[in-house]
Design a protein around this ligand. Structure first.
Ligand code: FAD
Length: 441
């Protein structure tokens, strides 16, 4: 008998779970249920628009989606259209692969001012995620403060300072390209509370900042130690040492070399966002690191800026019917097992860490657990489709997604790879035939 599995979320973790289930010699029917009509999670809406090579992994996921054991149901949000407990009645196993789509809140005075956007919202906006399509951040400012020193912070800075020519092969949404193009931004600051050795950049991304056409990276040499000291694993030590070497190269660059600058500023802890209704500046306290923790020195400084982007991590949204750890922002689990027949993979399981590939072992483990734990017997797909009809939900199939994708590619101005649809209603109109709104945008 067939084991009926529902995977909620068509990001990397969902696809790796589906793939691992199909690779075992087991009789499984997998329904991959996704909130948006479009699949691929943060590969589409998080990974930077100018890093198209990273997005190529989508092709592997598309192959998985077209395996005979799998059916894709886009445009179905669990918790809104169908309840989790309803799914658990229908399927032998349910896998939560819903990621961590929300910003960790920036807890400081002034964080509610206009002009403060968490990186999930800001990145979602420039990547055309329908939830953030109408964010309309005001980029009419010379200086931007990004809080955080990881790859997401670097992505945000890079997108704000690259030239239109450098972005030509990207899928930066046209409204975002226009806003960035018109913006007078000359300086982007990346602030880290701890030292340069604690920064979480990968070296390729950091080095890229030294090769931009119109922008020079700035680092204060006085903030850089001679060498990396501390108790790190070999691989970790190598990355930190390489980053330190790159930052030392940056410290020799001339701020006047190019019209724009990205400043890497360490030992600086933001304490208040300044201004009236709108952001006008950021106040920070200088820190020193004691036992791995940033400790305030009591010395403060301020920078004027009109936009603040806290890039300080992500959290999941609670889903009704599943337990939730408010502190960690994840679904509590034991090696992925949440409850009888309920599993978690990816960022909802581990929190927002690692690369795309880090989600792969989660999928493999969940597949093994499902095949070991679950007995077939529940009705699966037919009952799910009946439920969708009863609730008046219009699911988007994978072949329909391929039509949306083809329209996005056809609508692009070469060499851009695609012009995304950024509104769900436009995606559905493109499928169901309202000519007025069939164009991507
Ligand atoms: C800005 C940014 C840039 C990144 N860049 C890189 C990079 O360059 N290289 C790299 O290796 N990694 C990168 N990552 C990390 C990588 O994107 C993640 O590791 C990966 O996407 C996590 O996979 P996931 O499946 O857990 O979550 P997600 O990718 O978020 O997928 C979750 C999916 O679940 C869906 N969903 C959510 N709620 C529901 C619901 N209630 N019902 C149905 N569906 C739902 C979502 O719409 C989404 O499609 C980046 C991350 C971010 C945030």
């Amino acid at each position: 008998m067939t084991i009926k599995v529902a995977i909620i979320g068509a990001g990397p973790a969902g696809f790796y779970t589906a793939d691992a289930l199909t690779e075992r010699d087991a009789d499984v029917a997998i329904d991959l249920i996704e909130y948006l009509p479009t699949p691929y999670g943060l590969i589409r809406a998080g990974v930077a628009p100018d890093h198209q090579t990273t997005k190529k992994v989508q092709k592997t996921y598309a192959k998985t989606a077209q395996k005979p054991q799998l059916r894709y149901y886009g445009n179905v949000k669990i918790g809104r259209d169908v309840r989790l407990d309803e799914l658990r009645e229908i399927y032998d196993a349910v896998v939560l692969a819903i990621g961590a789509p929300r910003d960790n809140p920036a807890r400081m005075p002034g964080a509610d001012k206009q002009g403060v956007y968490g990186s999930a919202a800001f990145v979602g906006w420039y990547n055309g995620h329908p939830d953030f399509r109408d964010l309309n951040p005001d980029l009419n400012t010379q200086a931007v403060a990004v809080i955080g020193v990881g790859n997401v912070a670097i992505d945000v800075a890079r997108v704000l300072v690259k030239t239109p020519e450098e972005m030509a092969t990207s899928d930066l949404q046209d409204y975002a390209a226009e806003a960035v193009g018109k913006s007078p931004i000359t300086d982007v600051y990346l602030f880290g509370r701890r030292g340069p050795v604690d920064a979480k950049f990968t070296n390729v991304e950091l080095r890229e900042m030294g090769k931009l056409e119109q922008c020079v990276p700035i680092v204060d040499a006085a903030q850089l130690p001679d060498a990396v000291t501390g108790d790190y694993e070999d691989r970790d030590l190598r990355v930190r040492a390489k980053n330190l070497e790159t930052l030392k190269e940056f410290a020799g660059r001339d701020p006047k070399e190019k019209p724009k600058r990205v400043h890497f500023a360490f030992h600086a802890s933001p304490v208040e966002i300044l201004g009236g209704d709108r952001v006008e500046g950021l106040r920070l306290e200088r820190t020193r690191v004691e036992d791995g923790r940033a400790v305030g020195t009591g010395e403060y400084f301020e920078i004027p800026c009109g936009l603040v982007v806290p890039a300080i991590g992500y959290r999941s949204e609670p889903i009704e019917g599943a337990p939730f750890d408010e502190k960690r922002g994840i679904v509590p689990n034991e090696a992925g097992r949440v409850a009888d027949g309920l599993y978690a993979v990816g960022w909802i399981k581990r929190g927002p860490t690692g690369t795309i590939a880090t989600n792969k072992p989660d999928g493999k483990l969940a597949a093994e657990q499902i095949l070991a734990d679950c007995k077939p017997g529940k009705p699966g797909r037919a009952a799910f489709e009946a439920l969708l009809r009863e609730k008046g939900v219009r699911p988007v199939s994978f072949s329909e997604w391929l039509r949306i994708e083809a329209a996005e590619e056809a609508g692009a101005t070469p060499p851009a790879p695609r012009k995304k649809f950024t509104r769900v209603e436009n995606m559905l109109d493109a499928l169901d035939g309202d000519k007025a709104t069939q164009e991507a945008g």
